[in-house]
Ligand binder design. Structure first.
Ligand code: FE2
Ligand code: FE2
Length: 189
């Protein structure tokens, strides 16, 4: 009988293995520590135009620090595509719609990785101020963030990358390689 890979048993997506879940949880702890650390926003300020920078600046310290790590990782890998690098800095801007606590972010990672159906129930549509609203924002932040990016004049490709950054990439899509690069850097930053 062939051996069963525990990763395949409990992971719903090839892009979200168990190691990725534990890494995402560590990201949560890093995010919590970011509250007490200085974030040097100067690379984002130098790269983004003033209107686009306001979207970046609206994000929490933890999300700005994370976005900068994604941006710098892509740069270090030799990526120079302006649309991709802009999406790196802005992909999580939709999270700024509400204050997200570390435990809420961590619960999303756990449920999406281990029990996607429960995550769907928890993150369904909710009104601002309700206890489920942060989960609704976590679920919808790619689409929400892509709308904000469109409003400040980001390119169609950047808007698309932000919108798709938590979906499984379609290899047939023309921008598949860019989305994969963004997702890979996002997963480990
Ligand atoms: Fe995201
Ligand atoms: Fe992210």
């Amino acid at each position: 009988m062939p051996s069963l890979n525990p990763v395949t048993l409990i992971s719903s997506s090839p892009h979200r293995p168990v190691s990725s879940v534990s890494h995402r949880l560590r990201q949560g702890v890093t995010g919590m520590l970011a509250m007490f650390q200085h974030v040097d926003d100067s690379p984002a300020k130098a790269f983004l135009d003033p209107e686009t920078y306001t979207l970046y600046a609206n994000m929490s310290k933890a999300d700005r620090a994370h976005s900068l790590r994604v941006y710098q990782r892509l740069l270090a890998q030799g990526h120079d595509d302006t649309d991709l690098l802009t999406a790196a800095l802005l992909h999580d801007n939709g999270k700024s719609a509400t204050h997200l606590r570390v435990w809420q972010r961590s619960l999303k990672v756990l449920l999406k990785g281990l029990s996607p159906q429960r995550w769907q129930v928890l993150s369904r549509s909710a009104e601002p101020g309700t206890w489920r609203y942060p989960f609704y924002i976590l679920q919808t932040h790619p689409l929400r963030g892509s709308h904000f990016a469109e409003q400040v004049g980001c390119s169609e490709r950047t808007v698309w990358l932000i919108c798709q950054h938590e979906n499984d990439p379609d290899p047939a899509c023309a921008n598949h390689a860019l989305l994969q690069a963004l997702q890979d850097a996002d997963a480990v930053s």
